[in-house]
Design a protein around this ligand. Structure first.
Ligand code: MRU
Length: 373
């Protein structure tokens, strides 16, 4: 990790754990209320965290993994409190069941099931009582939290070094501080360039249908003093044609073994336009978003939610029975990706072979995964 660029503080934090496994709570900033209300809730039960994941109060791939790891700690406490004399095998069986519920809260981002799987593997590996396992789970969740923060800083520095000299960016959805425990993924290089004095400007795709760009990316970039203009998703191609975009940069919910990128629906259209106009299309994601076990994008379950479709039905003029197809994500083939930036560095022209060394470093790709890596 180069330290040529200073890394600024994140403008906002989506989650924070306070306390020990016995008395702690997970604080979640409710992103459904942004930008108008900065409302937080302290969760003492895993069910509340699962519900907040489902309704997108906490969202975005890396922080979903961290929230899942903390939810497992809350589950461990609930199991122990329900039966303080429970045996280790009974405890581990109940924890497995809780892990299945947490991992199923959202299907597309690999970070959530991967973090839960690693927590459960840790629980089986750590010797001792359920209390000792709960303590180890909290240490593992904190390690993942710290790791993701550091990964953001490394992505920020590596991305800034690679993008230096470019100043007008397009981004889609929200892949900033709100989706990580640090300064974000796609927005990290932008924050770092801005802190280094660059005159950056960001075209923020509004991001249909739930408007993560308009509501969330605009909110955090403005908080950080970055120059922005929100654009309807359909504007981006025209901006590129007129030479007003120096690079597109987005996050990812999953990067498959062949380099295909699964991200918020509409990302593929950005990549196509970038390709047509010779604009670099950059994907920034921590290694926790790499999925060595899924060969290609079409093998990834793409979430569809009734409330996404409902967003189209809000105007009063629209019939309540209007048929809507509203996938939450799409697949950008690896061939359209100019570069992937992770905490390991920058990989240009990604494909299965070139990604291989990075994939081999992902815990779970190896036998003895450690939660904090
Ligand atoms: O449905 P969301 O808001 O959770 O979708 C989030 C995205 O698609 C982000 O771009 C992605 O998770 C990358 S975040 C680093």
């Amino acid at each position: 990790m180069s330290d040529a660029f200073p890394v600024p503080e994140p403008p906002v934090s989506p989650i924070a754990w306070n306390g020990t496994w016995r008395d702690g709570a997970l604080r979640i900033l409710d992103q459904t209320r942004l930008p108008h209300h900065e409302m937080v809730r302290d969760h003492r039960e895993a069910a509340g965290v699962i519900e907040d994941i489902r309704r997108l109060a906490v969202r975005g791939a890396p922080v979903l993994g961290v929230a899942g790891a903390y939810a497992l700690v809350l589950s461990a406490r609930e199991i122990i409190e329900a039966d303080p004399t429970c045996t280790r095998p009974d405890f581990l069986a109940a924890l497995d069941a809780a892990g299945t519920r947490i991992a199923a809260a959202r299907p597309t981002a690999v970070n959530l099931p991967a973090a839960v799987e690693r927590g459960l593997a840790l629980a089986r590996r750590v010797p001792g009582s359920p209390e000792q396992v709960a303590d180890a789970l909290l240490a593992g969740a904190r390690a993942l939290d710290d790791y993701e923060r550091e990964a953001c800083a490394a992505i920020g520095r590596a991305g800034a070094a690679w993008l230096e000299g470019r100043r007008r960016f397009v981004t889609h959805c929200n892949a900033g501080a709100l989706v990580t425990t640090g300064i974000g993924t796609a927005l990290a290089p932008i924050y770092v360039l801005k802190a280094a004095g660059a005159d950056v400007h960001v075209w923020v795709n509004e991001t249909r249908p739930l408007l993560q760009g308009l509501r969330l990316t605009a909110y955090e970039l403005r908080k950080a003093g970055v120059s922005i203009a929100v654009v309807a998703d359909g504007v981006t191609a025209g901006l590129m044609r007129r030479g007003q975009v120096d690079a597109a940069i987005v996050g990812a919910d999953r990067i498959c073994a062949n380099g295909d990128v699964v991200n918020k629906v509409g990302t593929y259209a950005v990549a196509l336009a970038a390709h047509r106009h010779g604009v670099p299309f950059v994907v920034a994601a921590p290694s926790s978003t790499l999925d060595p076990r899924t060969p290609e994008g079409d093998a990834v379950p793409i979430e569809e939610r009734p409330h996404d479709a409902g967003a189209y039905l809000e105007p009063a003029a629209v019939a309540a029975d209007l048929p809507v197809y509203a996938p939450a994500f799409d697949v950008t083939p690896a061939a359209l990706v100019t570069a992937i930036v992770s905490e390991f560095g920058v990989l240009t022209e990604p494909d299965g072979a070139r990604l291989g060394p990075w994939l081999a470093r992902v815990p779970g790709a190896q036998a003895d995964a450690a939660p904090g890596r």
